[in-house]
Design a protein around this ligand. Structure first.
Ligand code: BG6
Ligand code: MG
Length: 223
C-alpha cells in the first residue's frame, strides 16, 4: 500500500520540550508584582494560546489600557527569556530527538507549529533546529490556535496538503486547530486531547511506524 502520510508537524511546548513551568514562573512574577492572583491551575489554561490571549485570561475580565497591556507582556517576556537561558539539549523531552531522526530517515518532512514568538530561540537552544524543514512560530500568522492558520502555513512551507500530515499536540487549542485544518492528529498527555485521532502519553511511548500505521488504518476504514 502506498503510504499516504508524508509529513509530521510538532507543537513545541509540551511536545518537544516543557516550557510551561517557565511561562508559569514569568506570568506569576508579573501577577505578584501587580497584585493579581495567578495559580499553576490558571497556567494550565494558557497552554498553546498566544501571549496576548494569555494576558486576557490572566486578567479575568479586568480592563486594561492597551499601552499597559503591551508593557506587561514585554515584562513577562523579559522574565521568560531569562529562564530560557537555562535550556540545553537535555531539556528535550524523552525520545524526541530519536523520533525526529526516525521520521526523517524514512523521508517524512518535518515542521514546527508553535504559538510562541520564542520558538526559534528554544529550538536552537535544544539544538534541534536542523531537524526541521519548516518552522512556524508566533510571528508566522495573525490568527493563532485554535484557528488552523499556523498549521496550514507550515504545511504550505513543506509543500504538502493537510491530509498528508500528522500534527502532534498536547493542548486542546492545538488539536482543534489541526482538526479544523484537515490534518491527522496525535494528542499527547491525558488532558484535553480526547478529540485527537490517536492519543498517547508522550513521544517516548510511540514509534514513527506505530503512528503511521494507526493513522493509515483510520484512513482506510473511513474510505
Ligand atoms: C505557546 C505556549 O507555545 O506559546 C503558551 O504553550 C504561550 O503558553 C505561547 O502563551 C506564546 O508564547 P510567547 O513565547 O510568544 O510568549
Ligand atoms: Mg503545547
Amino acid at each position: 500500500m502506498l503510504q499516504h502520510t508524508k509529513g509530521f508537524i510538532f507543537d513545541l511546548d509540551g511536545v518537544i520540550t516543557d516550557t510551561a513551568e517557565f511561562h508559569y514562573l514569568a506570568w506569576k512574577q508579573l501577577a505578584d508584582e501587580e497584585g493579581i492572583l495567578f495559580t499553576r491551575e490558571d497556567n494550565e489554561h494558557l497552554r498553546g494560546i498566544s501571549r496576548r490571549e494569555s494576558l486576557n485570561r490572566l486578567l479575568k475580565g479586568r480592563p486594561i489600557d492597551e499601552y499597559i497591556a503591551q508593557s506587561w507582556m514585554e515584562r513577562k517576556n523579559n522574565y521568560y527569556k531569562e529562564y530560557l537561558k537555562q535550556i540545553t539539549p537535555n531539556f528535550a523531552l524523552p525520545g524526541v530527538s530519536q523520533f525526529l531522526e526516525e521520521a526523517s530517515k524514512i523521508g517524512l518532512k518535518i515542521g514546527l507549529g508553535s504559538a510562541s514568538k520564542n520558538a526559534r530561540e528554544v529550538i536552537e537552544r535544544l539544538q534541534l533546529h536542523k531537524a526541521f524543514d519548516a518552522i512556524g512560530d508566533g510571528f508566522s500568522v495573525v490568527n493563532g490556535k485554535p484557528a488552523p492558520d499556523l498549521f496550514i502555513w507550515v504545511a504550505g512551507r513543506l509543500n504538502l496538503s493537510p491530509h498528508e500530515i500528522v500534527v502532534f499536540e498536547d493542548a486542546e487549542a492545538g488539536i482543534d486547530a489541526a482538526l479544523k485544518g484537515g490534518f491527522w492528529t496525535v494528542g499527547l498527555g491525558t488532558a484535553n486531547v480526547h478529540k485527537a485521532h490517536v492519543i498517547a502519553a508522550n513521544i517516548a511511548s510511540v514509534s514513527v511506524q506505530t503512528v503511521i500505521d494507526a493513522i493509515e488504518q483510520i484512513n482506510a476504514s473511513t474510505h
